[in-house]
Design a protein around this ligand. Structure first.
Ligand SMILES: C[S@@+](CC[C@H](N)C(=O)[O-])C[C@H]1O[C@@H](n2cnc3c(N)ncnc32)[C@H](O)[C@@H]1O
Length: 370
C-alpha cells in the first residue's frame, strides 16, 4: 500500500501555529461558546473560579474546565448549555472590531478564487479588524508569508490582538506595516516578488500601479468592494493599465435551510449582499492583454453617464459616507481594543499553560457589513 503522509509529516502539521489550542479538554483561558436550549449563544473566556451569570442562574467555570469539548453542562438551576470552542468563522462574527470584517462566506471565496496556497507570498490591505488575515494565514501556513498593510494604527492594534487570539500568539508568517498600501508595499517588497494580492479597502483603484509592480507574472489579485460604483471603477482602472488579464466580477449569496421532518424549506432570512469580488492576474511585462470579446464600445455612452462611475467623477465625492460606510466612533474603537487585548491575553495564557484572571466575557455577534 502506498503511504501518502509519513508519521513525521503528521507530527509537523500537529505543531502548526494554533493547532494545539483547538484540541483536547477545555482549559482555563479557552474561549467557549455556550449554546442554551433556545439556541442562544454566549461566548465566554474560561478562567479558574470564574462564573457566568444570567437571570437563569450561575455556571461555574470550574465545572467546565477539564471536560471534553462538546460536553453539555448544567448551571445552578439546571439550565443546560452545550460547550464548544468557537470555530474561526464564529470568532470573526463575535470578536471586537474597529473596521467592518470580511464575512466568512467571502473569506472562503477569497482563499479559493485567489488561489492562496501553503507557502505563498501574499500582501493584503487594509487589515481592518484582522478577519481576513486569519483566513489568509491559515491558507499560507507557517511556512508562507503574509504582509498586511493598514493606514490606521488603532485598527492594526485591534487586528493584531484578534489574530493572536486565534493562533495563541504571534504567527510566524505574519508581518503588519502601518501606512498606505500603495506607498508601503513598493517600499518594502521587491518588484515581481509577490504571488497574491488581496485588497479590501475603499479605493483599490489607487493601488493599481503598486500592485502591477510587486505582483509576479501570473500572480492573482483579488479585490473586495462593497458597492457597484467601486466595482465599476476598479474594473475599469485594472483594464486601463493593460497589465492584467480581463477582470472577473462576482458575488455569493448564502441561504440556510430549515430541515425538520416534513418541514424542509429555505430559511426566511439569508446572507445576501456583503460585497463583490474582482479577480485578475498579472500579465508578463511584454504581453498585450486579450480584452473581453463582447466589450461595449465606449462611444455608446454619453460622457456625463460614464463620469459618474470613473476617475473623472469629482474625487471629493468618493467619500466613505457617500459609498455607504458607517463611521466608527473613537469610543467604540477604544472598547474594541480593550476587548481584543483581553481575549488575546486569555488565549496566550491558555496556549502557554498559564492561569488568567477568571471573569466571563460576553460578546454578541454583529451583522455583516451593510
Ligand atoms: C473594511 S476594512 C478591512 C477589513 C478587513 N479585511 C477584515 O476582514 O477585518 C478596510 C480597511 O482598509 C484600511 N485602508 C483603506 N485604504 C487603505 C490604504 N490605501 N492602505 C492601507 N489601508 C487602507 C482602512 O483603514 C480600514 O481599516
Amino acid at each position: 500500500m502506498t503511504e501518502f503522509l509519513s508519521p513525521q509529516h503528521h507530527a509537523e502539521s500537529a505543531d502548526a501555529r494554533g493547532a494545539r489550542m483547538r484540541r483536547g479538554p477545555l482549559r482555563s483561558g479557552d474561549r467557549v461558546q455556550l449554546t442554551d436550549e433556545k439556541r442562544r449563544i454566549n461566548t465566554i473566556t474560561l478562567g479558574t473560579d470564574g462564573e457566568f451569570h444570567t437571570h437563569k442562574g450561575v455556571l461555574k467555570h470550574n465545572d467546565v474546565i477539564g471536560l471534553p469539548e462538546g460536553s453539555v453542562v448544567e448551571n445552578s438551576v439546571g439550565h443546560r448549555y452545550q460547550v464548544l470552542r468557537p470555530l474561526v468563522k464564529d470568532f470573526v462574527l463575535s470578536m471586537p472590531r474597529g473596521a467592518t470584517v470580511v464575512y466568512p462566506k467571502d473569506a472562503a471565496q477569497i482563499v479559493q478564487m485567489g488561489d492562496i496556497y501553503p507557502g505563498a507570498r501574499v500582501v493584503e490591505a487594509g487589515v481592518g479588524s484582522g478577519a481576513l488575515s486569519m483566513s489568509l494565514l491559515r491558507a499560507v501556513g507557517d511556512g508562507g508569508y503574509l504582509h498586511s498593510f493598514e493606514r490606521r494604527e488603532e485598527f492594526a492594534d485591534i487586528a493584531r490582538d484578534n489574530v493572536q487570539a486565534v493562533f495563541g500568539g504571534p504567527h510566524p508568517a505574519w508581518r503588519i506595516s502601518l501606512g498606505d498600501f500603495q506607498e508601503q508595499v513598493v517600499a518594502t517588497e521587491k518588484p515581481g516578488s509577490i504571488d497574491r494580492v488581496v485588497l479590501d479597502m475603499l479605493a483599490p483603484w489607487e493601488c493599481v500601479d503598486a500592485v502591477a509592480t510587486v505582483l509576479a507574472p501570473g500572480g492573482v489579485w483579488v479585490n473586495y468592494v462593497a458597492t457597484v460604483t467601486q466595482l465599476s471603477r476598479v474594473v475599469e482602472a485594472i483594464r486601463a493599465t493593460g497589465q492584467f488579464t480581463e477582470p472577473e466580477s462576482f458575488e455569493t449569496m448564502v441561504r440556510g435551510w430549515h430541515v425538520d421532518g416534513l418541514a424542509v424549506r429555505p430559511d426566511h432570512r439569508m446572507v445576501a449582499h456583503t460585497a463583490f469580488l474582482v479577480t485578475c492576474r498579472r500579465l508578463a511585462d511584454d504581453a498585450v492583454g486579450i480584452p473581453g470579446s463582447r466589450r461595449v464600445k465606449s462611444a455608446q455612452f454619453a460622457p456625463e453617464d460614464v463620469s459618474a462611475w470613473t476617475k473623472d467623477h469629482a474625487p471629493e465625492e468618493w467619500t466613505p459616507e457617500a459609498l455607504g460606510e458607517r463611521g466608527v466612533s473613537d469610543k467604540k474603537i477604544r472598547r474594541a481594543a480593550r476587548d481584543a487585548s483581553r481575549i488575546f491575553d486569555g488565549a496566550e495564557a491558555s496556549h502557554e499553560g498559564f492561569e488568567p484572571a477568571g471573569d466571563g466575557h460576553d460578546v454578541r455577534p454583529e451583522p455583516p457589513r451593510d
